[in-house]
Design a protein around this ligand. Structure first.
Ligand SMILES: NC(=O)c1ccc[n+]([C@@H]2O[C@H](COP(=O)([O-])OP(=O)(O)OC[C@H]3O[C@@H](n4cnc5c(N)ncnc54)[C@H](O)[C@@H]3O)[C@@H](O)[C@H]2O)c1
Length: 258
């Protein structure tokens, strides 16, 4: 099956990227599923094709400049890429006391530099044809939720979003970010194995009293790349069950009301 417009999604072998690819494909986008784990990317693309969607897989390390440039060339040979979704990411150093410089650099490279590389690789095409970019931020870039280097990288990524929204605005390229709170994905597998109650514990902190599933984030990304968001750029959209607005338990302690 062919599609008129294509989305390039990094980390699409993972849970949020995969859910985003599947949703965009349902909405008529062709999707290029890029992931350092080529087997996962291929599995996702194959599942989308099996549902009648247009999908291609690519093995890509988003921290490798030459590989990113080559992937962009290959992607543009597949189709007219009008959406770049910088989703690949993960947190390495849990706190400052355990973080050496190599870990700091790893967090920065994967969570911030990678977006620079992908945007650089696609910008000529996007600025010529128009389109949009969605960066996968995090509530970690808005407040203190641990993982200092990851948080600093996500804050940088979200500020880059605003900067590029202004720089690219008159060229018809919108740049937005989403900032998820806790999302039930494989990124939590180690913590879940260590503490099977981790999501129950976390749920108590969220105003909506639940953590997100990948489809919640995918829906926000799909909205931001859609024509429904034609006048929206430079926005950081929290998909966080309300936690960036406040913490229920805290206001209850302050007001001494339930
Ligand atoms: N899960 C959460 O609670 C949560 C919260 C806020 C933000 N996020 C962000 O959402 C994004 C997706 O995370 P997820 O929870 O779906 O995790 P995930 O582990 O399910 O998916 C991440 C994917 O990125 C891929 N990846 C890792 N390094 C890569 C590289 N160098 N090049 C290309 N691909 C690479 C992995 O192979 C994996 O498939 C990340 O940017 C993460 O920081 C997640």
């Amino acid at each position: 099956m062919s599609a008129q417009r294509w989305a390039f999604i990094t980390g699409a072998g993972g849970d949020i990227g995969g859910a985003t690819a599947a949703l965009l494909a349902q909405r008529g986008w062709g999707v290029i599923c890029a992931d350092i784990d080529g087997a996962k990317a291929e599995a996702r693309a194959a599942a989308i094709r099996a549902e009648g969607g247009a999908a291609q897989a690519m093995t890509l390390d988003v921290t490798d400049e030459a590989a990113v440039n080559e992937a962009a060339r290959a992607a543009l040979a597949i189709g007219d890429v009008r959406a770049l979704i910088n989703n690949a990411g993960r947190a390495f150093g849990a706190n400052m006391r355990v973080m050496d410089y190599a870990t700091w650099r790893r967090d920065m490279l994967l969570n911030l530099d990678s977006a620079y590389l992908c945007i650089s690789a696609f910008q000529d095409h996007l600025l010529k044809q128009g389109g949009s970019i969605v960066n996968m931020g995090s509530v970690n870039g808005l407040g203190m939720f641990g993982h200092p280097a990851y948080s600093a990288a996500k804050a940088g990524l979200m500020h880059l979003t605003r900067v590029l929204a202004v720089e690219f605005g008159d060229r018809g390229v919108r740049v937005n970010a989403v900032a998820p709170g806790t999302v039930r994905t494989q990124a939590w597998d180690e913590r879940l194995a260590a503490n099977p109650a981790v999501f129950d514990e976390l749920t108590a902190w969220y105003p909506l009293r639940k953590v997100a599933v990948p489809a919640d984030v995918a829906a926000a990304v799909a909205f931001l790349v859609s024509d429904d968001a034609a006048h929206i750029t430079g926005v950081i959209l929290p998909v966080d069950g309300g936690i960036s607005a406040g913490v229920t338990k805290l206001y209850q302690s302050i007001t001494q009301q339930q």
